[in-house]
Design a protein around this ligand. Structure first.
Ligand code: SF4
Ligand code: SF4
Length: 156
């Protein structure tokens, strides 16, 4: 009676598959233990790192300052007289590749003059779950109503 391995061997031979017993075995020479000098060299890398300045901070207790041109939270700006710069044109929303902006324009009235022109942004929302901080909305804005601060959006 043939055992399982022998059966497998016979089946593989019959199906034309490579026989595992015919694969040549090559012995690889294993390196011996590292010399004392090599070990000291390795430990020196670890030891010298202990005295290097930390590149990380204990977030969220400590927040590292962002770069001056960091793309952060958006800001809607006003004219010096207090009127809003946004005219509700929706160009920022159309430029947004992530479909993150919702703008609804509204008409200015004599009793409710929100911006210098005829229209103002009555509703302005940015969905920060969608925003990828590309800045295309800022580039699209014709009145510079929309800019980006360098404040990370998740910190506010
Ligand atoms: S920064 Fe980019 S993704 Fe974010 S709202 Fe503006 S256009 Fe959309
Ligand atoms: S922020 Fe600029 S682009 Fe967006 S609706 Fe207002 S004026 Fe238009």
């Amino acid at each position: 009676m043939t055992d399982f391995n022998e059966n497998l061997h016979i089946e593989k031979k019959a199906s034309g598959q490579a026989d595992i017993n015919s694969v040549p075995f090559t012995e690889v020479e294993q390196p011996g233990p590292a010399s004392l000098a090599q070990q000291a060299k390795g430990f020196w890398v670890t030891f010298s790192t202990m005295f290097k300045k930390n590149q990380t901070v204990q977030y969220p207790d400590v927040k590292a300052p962002t770069a001056p041109r960091f793309h952060g939270r958006h800001q809607l700006n006003r004219h010096p007289d207090g009127l809003e710069k946004c005219i509700g044109c929706e160009l920022c929303a159309w430029a947004c590749p992530a479909d993150a902006i919702l703008v609804e324009g509204g008409n200015n009235t004599p009793g409710n003059q929100m911006s210098p022109g005829e229209r103002h942004g009555a509703v302005y929302q940015i969905n920060y779950l969608r925003c990828i901080f590309c800045g295309l909305c800022v580039e699209a804005c014709p009145t510079r109503a929309l800019t980006m601060t360098n404040q990370p959006a998740h910190l506010l």
